[in-house]
Design a protein around this ligand. Structure first.
Ligand SMILES: [Zn+2]
Length: 240
């Protein structure tokens, strides 16, 4: 369902939809599966302008004067094989490629969200400083060699949280936990990411809500999952 287009320094992995859908929906669905360090577009949930721009496929690269090909397959020795050579052939090839029907995953996602909603309600009544933090040094049942604390230490808070919240150079952005703000959303940036005092410790704070935590707490709140479910999801590769 994803299609690889070569570029000068690597490639772009495209996912085509059968119909337009809001950027926020595409981000909710796909961003958790994007490895840290890989750029993800659309970069904004919503924008008053165009948002961040990306080079469209089949455009001519100004420096090289070339169009970058789509990769149709890989040879036995792992070399990429072009899907087509001319623009016409490429368009025909693209037309034949599988597209994702958003209604398919949106209905499944709704089910997922309502499931998360229930988890959120149960975990939400507890203080940030309690449930997740208690589990950090002592995760219930890690299935890999890494503990949750190790995982937290490996994360760069600006990188990780920056994938969910647009942060300025000082690490400040609009709080994603709108329910704690007047009118249900943060209108004046009151969310800040900072370097933790020691690796894996508290690195974000919302000044309106008066709460904060580490990268793991952030993800628990963002996805509305309790610590055990969130850790399971991280171990299953659902975040990194
Ligand atoms: Zn907030």
């Amino acid at each position: 369902m994803a299609h690889l287009e070569a570029s000068r320094r690597g490639g772009h992995l495209w996912i085509f939809f059968t119909q337009p859908l809001p950027a926020a929906q595409a981000r909710t669905w796909l961003l958790p599966w994007c490895p840290v360090g890989i750029e993800f577009y659309p970069k904004q949930d919503q924008s008053t302008g165009y948002g961040s721009l990306i080079r469209l496929p089949l455009g001519v690269h100004r420096l090289t004067g070339k169009r970058y090909p789509w990769i149709g397959a890989f040879s036995r020795d792992g070399k990429p094989v072009k899907a087509a050579t001319t623009v016409k052939e490429t368009l025909t090839w693209l037309e034949q490629q599988e597209k994702v029907d958003p209604s398919h995953f949106v209905s499944r996602h709704r089910h997922f969200v309502s499931h998360l909603g229930r988890a959120y309600e149960t975990s939400h009544t507890r203080e940030v400083s309690q449930s997740p933090r208690n589990n950090i040094d002592n995760p219930s049942s890690p299935t890999t060699a890494h503990t949750l604390h190790e995982w937290c230490c490996q994360q760069d808070p600006f990188d990780l949280i920056g994938r969910y919240v647009e942060l300025d150079a000082r690490g400040v952005g609009l709080c994603p936990f709108g329910e704690h703000h007047r009118r249900g959303k943060d209108c004046h940036p009151s969310f800040k990411v900072y370097r933790p005092r020691s690796p894996g410790r508290a690195c974000w704070h919302c000044y309106t809500w008066g709460k904060g935590g580490n990268v793991f707490n952030f993800l628990c709140y963002y996805y509305g999952l309790d610590a055990a479910m969130m850790w399971q999801r991280i171990q299953a590769g659902g975040v990194v």
